[in-house]
Design a protein around this ligand. Sequence first.
Ligand SMILES: NC(=O)c1ccc[n+]([C@@H]2O[C@H](COP(=O)([O-])OP(=O)(O)OC[C@H]3O[C@@H](n4cnc5c(N)ncnc54)[C@H](O)[C@@H]3O)[C@@H](O)[C@H]2O)c1
Length: 236
Amino acid sequence: MVTGSSRGIGRAIALALANRGVHIAVNYVRNKVKAEGTVKEIRKIGRKSIAVKADVSKSGDCKQMVRKVVDFFGGINILVNNAGVLPKHHKITEIPEDEWNYIINVNLKGVFNCTREVVKYMLKNGGGKIINISSIAGKNGGTVGVAYAASKAGVIGFTMALARELAPHRITVNAVAPGPVDTEMLTDEMKEKLKGLCPLRRIAKPIEVAETVIFLLENDYITGETINVNGGRYMD
Ligand SMILES: NC(=O)c1ccc[n+]([C@@H]2O[C@H](COP(=O)([O-])OP(=O)(O)OC[C@H]3O[C@@H](n4cnc5c(N)ncnc54)[C@H](O)[C@@H]3O)[C@@H](O)[C@H]2O)c1
């Protein structure tokens, strides 16, 4: 199951996984037509796929979504928590409380909501793999303000704590922290500016994040790790 996979990085992850033989549940919140487009592409590759609507910030939606996906596929072996949103306001004195809550609720609580439901089934199945899409902003603060950085840093802490908790159950938990990626999340102006800040002088293609997710999924001995994919923008 890949959250927010009707477009962008999530779509690239869903298609890359389908190309490796995985059946995919495509989660979306607003754009059913686009989600059905991803489903169509996956079926063309020869895998099973369904589109499932759920707002990841709502625990009830996530519970229902996971039940639907398990009913359809018989289980969930892989969860990719990809759904995320960018804030409109960046300066702390200008961020309305509602906007802070929205960013934290989608980017961080959404990861908790989906993971909690999926883990119940993974525990019954005796294993699984979870990948969370964080961001360079969760490691170096980024350029879009405190709410986004806090949500994405939270995802990294969540990843490590859960990796420790679930290791005895043969469930690995890892994260990917992309720098700027060429998706609809960024404006053309942001893309141009951020390109110049990357040592590799370009932003990432969604497939470059997707291939990192595949690398983590193919390895059974990496857990609690966050892999940077940022063209050298942040080195630690
Ligand atoms: N594009 C970048 O530069 C970049 C960099 C670092 C990290 N990321 C992260 O990568 C992930 C994917 O982003 P993207 O670049 O593909 O952006 P995108 O805007 O194209 O895709 C985000 C997807 O999440 C979905 N979504 C938003 N709120 C949701 C909700 N409440 N419930 C379910 N789905 C929801 C959107 O509908 C969309 O399909 C996000 O977590 C983002 O924070 C992106």
